[in-house]
Design a protein around this ligand. Structure first.
Ligand SMILES: NC(=O)c1ccc[n+]([C@@H]2O[C@H](COP(=O)([O-])OP(=O)(O)OC[C@H]3O[C@@H](n4cnc5c(N)ncnc54)[C@H](O)[C@@H]3O)[C@@H](O)[C@H]2O)c1
Length: 365
């Protein structure tokens, strides 16, 4: 979706010291300078791409990289499995990667999640740098140091916390991103606006999706502020789970039944289902829920899987990492910019609610 990113002047990360914790973040020219300055800082350099980013993004970066060894995985979520790691570790070993090597992950969330995991346990942990190439990875997956692998159909069941040495943001890499992938990442931008950017919401909800440099920077800032305060997700970082409890359940069901649904599309559904839950439980006003519903119907409803066999929200929610003996912990919005985390919800009742919302939408689509 070309031209949805509107380029603006360079940003200095030093303007916002919070962004240097827990890992530094460099934009555009500063990102390129960081790469060019790598020199002999590490004993060797490895670059991990997927089949698309090797073709579409690597040529833009190659001139700025120190001598390196290039590796690739097959594109797509199906690669985010333990089986994919073994040949990468073997390749790294064969190329002499040691504790002083740097693994540069150039790709979307699959490459950064998997590459981060690979590096975090290789020789008990080597350094990484991430160059996110999708909007999803730029505003979410590359930030905060969570790595992850899926366990068959279960999302992100294996993983570590491993902070990258730097995250390099080059928005022009988004130029080749297909429109569906762009909207996938946009769901996380939407979430960040709902969580902490109330001043953006009025225009955001009326306009068609378009990413200004300012909004990109702010959306990244929302996640960075929360992960800086709570790197291990013991408190405020849980706010980032807004929309993710219902969303993950839908995503798990899609993965288990081979349905085509992207993470952000599932999160968009989750934002809707959880806002309706907040309204039903007297936490928020109807107006907010109606705005969210309208936004969902305008931009995401078409993404619901068409041929669903079963609607197993209960079973999918039982896999949620926040489930404790049938009680979920939700982050809900009181109003835009006012999230409350740790709200208990009975799993069975919440599953029934999600199913109701989902079936209501399905019958209209
Ligand atoms: N670690 C975290 O905190 C975190 C947060 C959010 C999401 N995630 C994970 O991120 C993953 C989803 O990330 P994603 O949406 O980036 O998926 P992805 O990495 O699979 O990328 C989506 C598709 O876009 C292609 N692509 C990537 N960059 C491109 C470009 N510039 N031009 C053209 N095509 C390009 C990829 O090859 C792939 O086909 C999920 O596994 C999710 O669990 C992790």
């Amino acid at each position: 979706m070309r031209n949805r990113y509107v380029s603006k002047p360079k940003l200095s990360t030093s303007a916002n010291p919070a962004w240097t914790e827990p890992h530094p973040l460099f934009f555009e020219g500063e990102a390129i300078s960081w790469l060019r300055g790598l020199g002999q800082n590490h004993s060797s350099y490895l670059v991990l791409t997927d089949s698309n980013t090797r073709r579409l993004c690597y040529p833009h970066l190659e001139p700025h990289l120190p001598p390196h060894y290039l590796m690739s995985i097959q594109q797509g979520e199906a690669s985010k499995q333990l089986q994919t790691c073994l040949p990468i570790w073997e390749e790294m070993n064969a190329k002499g990667a040691d504790r002083g090597s740097l693994l540069i992950c150039l790709g979307g969330g699959v490459v950064t999640d998997l590459g981060g995991f690979v590096a975090s346990v290789y020789k008990r942990g080597i350094a990484t740098a991430y160059i996110p190439t999708t909007l999803m990875a730029m505003v979410d997956a590359s930030l905060g140091g969570k790595t992850g692998l899926d366990l068959a159909a279960l999302k992100n069941q294996i993983g570590t916390f491993h902070q990258p040495e730097a995250v390099l943001v080059l928005p022009e890499l988004l130029d080749s991103l297909p429109s569906r992938e762009w909207m996938n990442g946009w769901a996380e931008v939407w979430k960040h606006v709902l969580l902490a950017l109330p001043e953006e919401w009025e225009s955001f909800k009326e306009e068609s999706p378009k990413l200004s440099y300012d909004l990109l920077r702010k959306a990244i800032g929302v996640k960075m502020a929360l992960v800086s305060e709570d790197p291990l997700e013991l408190g405020v970082r849980q706010r980032l789970n807004l929309g993710h409890t219902a969303g993950h359940a839908l995503e798990t069901m899609a993965l288990a039944t081979g349905q085509d649904l992207l993470h952000g599309e599932a999160v968009a559904f989750g934002l809707l289902a959880e806002s309706e839950w907040a309204y039903k439980n007297g936490l928020s006003e109807q107006g907010l829920h109606e705005d969210i519903k309208k936004y969902y119907q305008t931009h995401y409803q078409h993404s619901l899987p068409k041929a669903w066999v079963e609607e197993l929200f209960s079973r999918a929610l039982a896999q949620d990492k926040k489930n404790r003996q049938g009680q979920l912990r939700l982050c809900l919005l009181e109003e835009v910019g006012k999230p409350i985390e740790g709200i208990a919800a009975d799993l069975t009742v919440f599953a029934g609610h999600c199913r109701e919302v989902w079936e209501g939408l399905k019958s209209k689509s």
